[in-house]
Design a binder for this molecule. Structure first.
Ligand SMILES: NCCCNCCCCCS
Ligand SMILES: [Zn+2]
Length: 667
């Protein structure tokens, strides 16, 4: 299924008609440069073009009051003076004779996108709209917004398409207070927003934008605010919040639809956000949401005021929706202290509502309060001096790397009698291996496979890895007689000299005995077995007391440990090994493959035992990029196995910074 793109130049046909410094950044070019970039890069041609439509009164009234709508309806006939007068009643917004028409088109575009996704016409899509929507409230325009496009879309998805749970992810750098107000007592809509806050010093300066606004009444727990109390947040800060807050909660919520308030003023170069995350981060943020709700994801443009980073960020988002390989995020750092403080505070207030966060550390500890005071003082001092220098420096960043789709998406190495799943290209040609390698393979425990096909299998594996390295092949799966021996061979002989860093993810209990001390390989083994103490920084045994069939534990291990480790390690190849009898469920297995595609430009090699061929279907489906089915088990989580994973993370975070979720105690 394809990706919808909704755009119409009509929505560029309104602008600021008087002097207002607060509004001058919201210009028509925001929309045209975004669309032109999609055209220039050839991305728009690969999308399914869906026309916008005007939202009806009834649809607008799903969120807004009659008196507000009646007021806005009068604006097309107003004189300039009347428009100014009408605008004065609201904050940081402006009206124009054509803005009512454009606001109906913007809201209607979001509804067209919801229809296209919910009816299965497309898998996902993006609506390029203006005016934005997430600040507008039931009876008020605000922050360049007139109608709350995404809030209307959420109500519409429930009413018209029977969606029971809708997740709204707001990665715009401003708090979408309009969305929060709309759903704060509604447990069927989970609203997540991060936003520049600076302890309420940043617009819209609301007390209720802080992390302790968790929703009201039956909506308690269904509002998640992550305040950024400093500017300059980077890719690692954003990814930490996704891994340690949003994704665990989103998976437990198990939505039927994901709506994204896709504002790009959270990217580097934006005058509003003053953050440092690069446009390619949106490829990963989008990817990390694409296995929720069976892939049903609607991204609706909100903010974004630096025309260069806006256009790049829009392209990164659309290219990921189309399923192209992800860019490698180079040199991620540790989340900054201020981000860790926010992370710890959010997790500690939300843990009472989300069992998946149940073991999150408390934030009432003296460390956090001392840290908060220290950070606040530091910010005060910095604020005085930084203002002038910050406004002067022009931010520069590298153009995002090209993301080339390999000629072959997925390949397979199979025994002759095994059927090749649809869509996979069977590798038969085997690269002739040098005699040294052949002898090494021969004397490696290949006796049970009979060395003839043993060598053939390995030469095909070698070919597969080689073709991933040259990006002729995206990913692959190999059915081998002895998976433990295959792993040993691949990492010992093939993987390491082909790629610099191999992330080996083992699901199941087999003993893996090869040195990993040199950092060329990071082994994360998820099993039900209690392992002896981990052997050094690069071998991390994760023990799930209830085994790999325990979906809650598995998801906690994936988001709390595996993904942060993977981002920090930044491998050139991912080796996913399914040990026989691992007990991992097919849905979880597909989710895992889908999520691991975020690393190594999607170069994942799955190794499975021949007699485990039953899960070849789900494996092939996930490798080909089909969305993984939702994990329904998370809806009724069983009490998990205690804080073992939390304790493990605390122990490991000295070596792996991306595992941190609390401020460093003491200093
Ligand atoms: N320095 C200009 C102040 C603008 N404040 C309102 C921003 C609304 C953003 C909507 S995404
Ligand atoms: Zn914004």
């Amino acid at each position: 299924m394809g990706t919808a793109l909704i755009y119409d130049e009509e929505m560029t046909k309104y602008k600021l008609l008087w002097v207002d410094p607060a509004c001058k950044i919201e210009v028509p070019e925001r929309l045209s440069v975004s669309y032109e970039a999609l055209v220039r890069t050839g991305l728009s041609d690969r999308c399914v073009s869906v026309p916008p439509r005007e939202a009806s009164d009834a649809e607008i009234l799903l969120v807004h009051s009659e008196e507000y709508l009646e007021g806005v309806k009068k604006t097309p006939h107003m004189t300039l003076e009347d428009l100014k007068e009408f605008t004065l009643q609201y904050g940081d917004v402006y009206f124009h004779p054509n803005i009512y028409h454009c606001a109906k088109l913007a809201a209607g575009s979001a509804l067209q996108l919801v229809d296209s996704v919910m009816t299965g016409k497309v898998r996902n899509g993006m609506a390029l709209v203006r005016p934005p929507g997430h600040h507008s409230m039931r009876s008020a325009a605000s922050g360049f917004c007139v109608f709350n496009n995404v809030a209307i879309a959420a109500r519409y998805a429930k009413q018209k398409h029977g969606a029971e749970r809708v997740l709204i992810v707001d990665w715009d750098i401003h708090h979408g207070q309009g969305v929060q107000y709309c759903f704060e007592d509604d447990p069927s809509v989970l609203y997540f927003s991060w936003h520049r806050y600076e302890r309420q010093k940043f617009w819209p300066n609301l007390r209720e934008s802080d992390y302790d606004s968790v929703g009201k009444g039956s909506g308690a727990g269904f509002n998640v605010n992550v305040p950024w109390n400093e500017v300059g947040m980077e890719n690692s800060d954003y990814l930490s919040v996704f891994c340690h807050v949003l994704l665990p909660v989103a998976y437990e919520f198990c939505p039927d639809l994901v709506l994204v308030c896709a504002g790009f003023d959270s990217a580097i170069g934006d005058p509003e956000g003053e953050m440092c995350a690069t446009p390619d981060i949106f490829a990963h943020l989008t990817h990390l949401l694409m296995n929720l709700a069976g892939g049903k994801l609607c991204a609706v443009l909100e903010g974004g005021y630096n025309l260069t980073s806006l256009a790049q960020s829009v392209c990164q988002t659309v290219q990921t929706l189309l399923g192209d390989p992800l860019p490698q995020l180079a040199n991620l750092r540790s989340p900054c202290e201020s981000a860790l403080e926010s992370l710890q505070c959010v997790r500690s207030v939300q843990r009472r509502y989300w069992s998946i966060l149940k073991h999150a550390a408390d934030s009432a500890t003296t460390d956090v309060s001392n840290k908060r005071i220290k950070l606040a003082k530091a910010e005060e001092e910095k604020a005085e001096t930084a203002e002038d220098e910050r406004s002067q420096e022009e931010k520069v960043w590298p153009e995002p790397a090209e993301r080339l789709r390999p000629p072959v998406c997925s390949a397979s190495v199979l025994p002759d009698d095994a059927a090749c799943p649809d869509g996979l290209k069977r590798l038969v040609s085997s690269k002739d291996l040098g005699p040294l390698l052949v002898s090494r393979i021969r004397n490696r425990s290949m006796e049970d496979a009979g060395d003839a096909d043993g060598v053939a299998t390995f030469s095909r594996l070698y070919t597969l890895i080689e073709k991933m390295r040259t990006n002729e092949i995206g990913n692959g799966v190999a059915l081998v007689p002895d998976v433990a021996a295959a792993v040993e061979c691949v990492v010992q002989d093939l993987g390491s000299d082909l790629v610099s860093r191999v992330l080996v993810v083992c699901v199941g209990k087999e003993e893996l005995n090869y040195a990993t001390a040199d950092g060329k390989m990071l082994v994360v083994q998820i099993s039900g077995e209690d392992k002896e103490e981990q052997k050094g920084k690069y071998y991390i045994p994760v023990c799930l007391k209830k085994g790999c069939g325990d979906t809650v534990g598995f998801i906690q291990a994936v988001f709390g440990l595996l993904l942060p480790l993977g981002y920090e390690y930044d491998p050139g190849l991912v080796l996913l090994v399914r040990m026989p009898g691992s007990g991992v469920g097919d849905c979880m297995w597909q989710q895992l493959i889908g999520l691991l595609k975020g690393f190594a430009k999607g170069h994942t090699l799955v190794l499975m035992q021949t007699n485990d061929g039953a899960c070849m279907g789900p494996t092939a489906s996930a490798l080909l990029g089909h969305p993984a089915p939702p994990l329904q088990e998370l809806l009724t989580p069983l009490p998990d196995d205690g804080g073992a994973l939390e304790r493990m993370r605390e122990r490991l975070q000295a070596d792996w910074k991306m595992l941190q979720t609390t401020v460093s105690s003491g200093n």
